[in-house]
Design a protein around this ligand. Structure first.
Ligand code: UP5
Ligand code: MG
Length: 219
């Protein structure tokens, strides 16, 4: 009898573990939009109201660039200044490390806002091949903002941000890359019915009201 019971228990245990591992699988919202669309600003607001962790791919790359001894420092610095996109294996390594560290500290923290990624076909393929099994993409939050507003916001911020890419020359390049490489990725997710768009040219509070409506519904 005990043998049979223990058989049942051992048969059931992996299944329970499996179900739990599915429940704990990191859940991701990709946050996309042009430079200065307000991705970072809105992500900061979201984490104040919802149980999400904000990971900005751009911030992680800037940190890695500044890290002493980083083998990628020069490459990242060049890409950022030129508004081109860093090879995906670097970005994913940083994102996954940050996700793991967050979940290790608190296993209930498995909801992530991934801000500014995926930006091109290479990013998307890299995510699909290495992360598809590990994480679930819930939806894409798209901050739709026109070019003039984006440029104006970044130039204004450039007066004090210290960012090497908040200048007109880099901004033209960033916008070009966004239109050529990132928009098609957003369109691809749109075809899958996974995009929530928000008019990001409005004021911060008005944009956040719309964002809240999305998170109240989608969780
Ligand atoms: N602001 C924000 N919202 C406003 C509003 N509604 N009304 C008025 N003002 C508003 O906001 C920008 C400025 O606008 C701020 O001053 C803010 O107060 C104001 P922010 O929230 O910072 O906008 P955000 O969309 O986050 O702009 P950011 O400049 O960060 O966008 P980018 O996508 O260009 O920058 P990111 O840091 O993501 O990437 C930088 C570079 O890193 C890329 O160009 C690329 O070279 C590299 N990168 C990769 O290679 N791979 C990646 O996966 C990610 C980045
Ligand atoms: Mg940002």
């Amino acid at each position: 009898m005990i043998g049979r019971l223990s058989g049942i228990v051992s048969q059931k245990a992996p299944s329970l573990r499996y179900r739990l591992s599915l429940m704990m699988k990191p859940q991701v919202v990709f946050v996309l939009g042009g430079p200065g669309a307000g991705k970072g600003t809105q992500c900061s607001r979201i984490v104040e109201h919802y149980d999400y962790t904000h990971l900005s791919a751009g911030d992680l790359l800037r940190e890695e660039q500044a890290r002493e001894g980083s083998e990628y420092g020069k490459l990242i610095a060049g890409c950022i200044k030129e508004g081109s996109i860093v090879p995906v294996h670097i970005t994913i390594k940083l994102l996954w490390k940050a996700m793991e560290e967050t979940m290790k500290k608190d296993e209930r923290k498995f909801h992530f806002l991934i801000d500014g990624f995926p930006r091109n076909e290479d990013n998307l393929q890299g995510w699909n091949s290495t992360m598809d099994e590990k994480a679930l993409v819930k939806f894409v939050l798209f901050f739709d903002c026109n070019r003039e507003v984006c440029i104006e916001r970044c130039l204004e911020r450039g007066k004090s941000s210290g960012r090497t890419d908040d200048n007109r020359d880099s901004l033209e390049k960033r916008i070009k890359t966004y239109l050529k490489s990132t928009r098609p990725i957003i369109e691809l997710y749109e075809k899958l019915g996974k995009v929530h768009s928000v008019d990001a040219s409005l004021g911060v509070e008005e944009v956040f009201t719309k964002v809240k409506a999305i998170f109240d519904k989608e969780g």
